[in-house]
Design a protein around this ligand. Sequence first.
Ligand code: SF4
Length: 439
Amino acid sequence: MTTPIQIMPSSATPKKPQVQVQKEDAMLLQKELINRNYHELATAHAMGRKVSATFVPGNLNELLMCFDLARSLPETNALQNGMRKKSGKMIMDAERDGHSEDVCTYVKADLGMMLGGEVGPTGEALPRPDVLLLSYTGCFTFMKWFELVRQKYDCETLMLHVPYQGEGKINSAMRTYVVKQLREKVIPGLERITGVKFDIDRLRQYMRESQKAEDNLVKVLQSAKQRPSPIDGYFGAVYYIGPIFTAFRGTPEATRYYEVLWEEVQQRMREGKGPVTPEGGIAEEKYRLVVEGPPNWTHFRDFWKMFSDEGAVVVASTYSKVGGVYDFGFRHDADRPLESLAEYCLGCYTNLNFPQRIDMICRYMDEYQADGLLINSIKSCNSFSAGQLLILREVEKRTGKPAAFIETDLVDPRYFSAANVKNRLESYFQMIKQKKAAH
Ligand code: SF4
């Protein structure tokens, strides 16, 4: 389950000159960041740099930067390939190589990419990782995925075991356990593999930058409490979380990106405008939704259009928290660097239990004045699909708002049935309309 993507095409920008210019600033910045990271990865070994791979939830980007590592995020590579319509073949190649139809399609897209010559989404080569940093935050597939990659490349693996929040809270023993592993296993391992001595002041400096970016990201996401919402908190938010959930959290470039983005969103708020979609602005905000589950990437624009055509705006989503839950107060803290990294991993959305996920959704329904909950259940994500119907029923019961369930997949184009999804959505919007009319 995971994140970020390249920027919206420039044709998606609105026509008002001043806003367009500001919008282009954030877009250009993000595009530059993402492309630059793929280029850094492609040239890392030639430049004498080591390469790490790590998953988005629980990623220790600030720590990895302390060791001069170029940073690859496998789920991001898979989703980028999905958006570029390249993942279908990769998945089928992985299936021909023996991986079952039910395996998470991020995994198969990644393995298929390796089988196809390790060419990354932008067409540049993706290097073999020198270290797999497995920050284990709740999905069992993470572990199996890296086991397969390790088997293929025989690369070093460092495991950070993050205890699950089974009781719905983080206690000091859990924090101490994670910090101990960082001190005794992860940091010495990274020093040995890279030959770079750990400097805690360098880590603190990156964390100061992280905090600034996190503050602005939260402001952007919470702007959706306004009516009309100036952003789409799901389809639009996957662009906004791009830099901070991947290789840029902790860099001044990410800080700058979120400053520019926040300025743009404030401008839209002042003008009373709704979100910008790839097809242009939304004429009228008719439905405000909360969404649980990641989007489908292979038909991303079509999927979004099914909402925007109907005036449906997603005001909050759980997916936009998958690389860090910042809106309930957590920030990377330079004064407690290792403890704060531990709390970040422990607090990841993937590491939350059912009651916490239900509470989170109910809170969003209330604070963002949503009309309903939509669950996009991902066929091949066994970790997160389990229990989603239970979540749906409980949220309906507590909020009295209608909920609906659709099923797609992340990056397997065979599991996106546009007609079915559109029908379901249209009936759901009708249901919301009737409910609203009855009140
Ligand atoms: S099973 Fe789900 S949570 Fe796990 S890696 Fe795949 S998409 Fe992510």
